[in-house]
Ligand binder design. Structure first.
Ligand SMILES: Cc1cc2nc3c(=O)[nH]c(=O)nc-3n(C[C@H](O)[C@H](O)[C@H](O)COP(=O)(O)OP(=O)(O)OC[C@H]3O[C@@H](n4cnc5c(N)ncnc54)[C@H](O)[C@@H]3O)c2cc1C
Length: 396
């Protein structure tokens, strides 16, 4: 269930194990929702739980709205990111990133998908840069390479960038970037050759259990039966979520994504990066530039206003003046499927044959291959080759 990064990668691994697989999604195309809008950064060296900062600000703003679901999510989030919980989450996330990245390389190689290496994390003042570099020590301890660049070194690494407003950057040579929607669609096309079926434009309306198992899912086009079901629905409708037989604490964290035609390639970035002082991410994708930003608790709405993308454009105009055409932007509001811990959840809840691969949050491209590999192992009755401490769905 779900034809985003989580669903398609899981279908691939299951088909490789010899299973007959059908992927159901209400959209017309594969990777049409969150997995379409992503910046596509494989931010392995940034496997921190997403805590405080932008998310904290967004939560304080949204707390005034009457939304019990968000309040519950928020309380769990605040509680879980303190002290020992933070260390546990960091450990789980690093473990998952370490597991996932080599698997992503294997998948990319299998379908001939290009990933570009090296990601820049930009800072506008020296204090934030030093702080971030010190914090990156945690990641260096885990074996990730994170280099600190001053302005001159940054200009050398990324000649098109205007460094006037920047203090410097962190550079992670092992982090990568790629067009995640293209990856997902090319993997889906290859999965079709393994026999995977895609039932698109087909909304899942309900699930029907019997004797502790899911018997069938009911869709717009009628019931679909199966021996095993995988829930990879990203942000789900409340009504459907309530039928899944376990607590699914995924809440949408809305971001904005603009895809802009590059008009002066010599002024456009060669690397993907994040302006950390403004929380704006960018990545070149062929003759286009993807720029994303924003973290809001806007509920389930997916509309957007020019003011939502103005900070994104402003940042790009400062860093890469004249590179892209803003009048021909393709803009979307999109929702990160986020658990309070900001880590995904796997395993089964009440129903023995309903597995979850949910909550990929802000790192779905980074984690998809590992998340799917884990899920396929569980469906096949094996223990995955990674400790799932802190990553399991609650049983009830
Ligand atoms: C602005 C932004 C930038 C991002 N940048 C990055 C990045 O740089 N790096 C990174 O690693 N991650 C990034 N992410 C996160 C990443 O995009 C997500 O984690 C990932 O796409 C989630 O994949 P998914 O398959 O779980 O969800 P989705 O892609 O949303 O897929 C879920 C699918 O389920 C379907 N569905 C839901 N309900 C039903 C139903 N009732 N019936 C039928 N179908 C249904 C939907 O149509 C959808 O296709 C970013 C996210 C955003 C929003």
């Amino acid at each position: 269930m779900g034809a985003g990064l989580a669903g398609v990668t899981t279908a691939w691994y299951l088909a490789k194990e010899g299973h007959e697989v059908v992927v159901i999604d209400r959209e017309r195309e594969v990777a049409a929702v969150a997995s379409y809008s992503t910046t596509g950064i494989v931010a392995a060296s940034r496997a921190y739980p997403w805590a405080g900062g932008e998310l904290g600000r967004a939560m304080r703003q949204a707390a005034l709205r009457f939304d019990p679901e968000l309040w519950l999510w928020g309380m769990q989030h605040v509680f879980l990111r303190t002290g020992r919980s933070y260390r546990r989450l960091l450990d789980a996330k690093v473990r998952l990133v370490r597991y996932s990245q080599p698997l992503l390389h294997e998948l990319a190689a299998a379908i001939g998908f290009p990933l570009t290496r090296g990601v820049l994390y930009l800072y506008r003042d020296g204090h934030s840069l030093d702080e971030a570099s010190a914090r990156a020590g945690e990641m260096r301890d885990h074996g990730f390479t994170v280099e600190q660049l001053d302005r001159a070194q940054l200009s050398q690494r990324e000649p098109s960038i205007d460094v006037a407003r920047l203090a410097g950057a962190l550079y992670a040579p092992g982090d990568e970037a790629g067009d995640a929607a293209r990856f997902c669609r090319e993997l889906a096309a290859r999965a079709r050759t393994l026999g995977v079926g895609f039932s698109l434009q087909n909304e899942i309306l309900s699930i029907e259990p019997a004797d502790g198992r899911v018997r069938q899912v009911v869709t717009h086009r009628g019931p679909i039966q199966g021996d095993a079901f995988v829930c990879a629905l990203g942000v789900m409708d409340r009504k459907l979520r309530e039928q899944l037989g376990t607590q699914v604490p995924v809440y949408p964290v809305t971001g904005y994504s603009a895809t802009l035609p590059i008009v002066h390639p010599e002024r456009a970035p060669r690397h993907a990066g994040i302006d950390e002082s403004r929380s704006v991410a960018f990545a070149p994708m062929g003759d286009k530039l993807r720029v994303t930003g924003g973290a809001e608790f806007a509920g389930y709405a997916t509309d957007w206003h020019p003011a939502d993308v103005a900070p994104l454009y402003d940042t790009m105009k400062q860093l890469f003046p004249g590179a892209v055409d803003y009048t021909r932007a393709e803009v979307r509001a999109c929702q990160r499927p986020m658990t309070p811990e900001t880590t995904p959840r796997f395993g089964t809840g009440r129903y023995q044959n309903l597995w979850f691969n949910i909550g990929l949050g802000h790192m779905g491209f980074t984690l998809a291959a590992g998340a799917a590999h884990i899920t396929a192992a569980l469906v096949c009755g094996r223990n995955p080759a990674i400790d799932l401490e802190g990553l399991r769905i609650r049983r009830h």
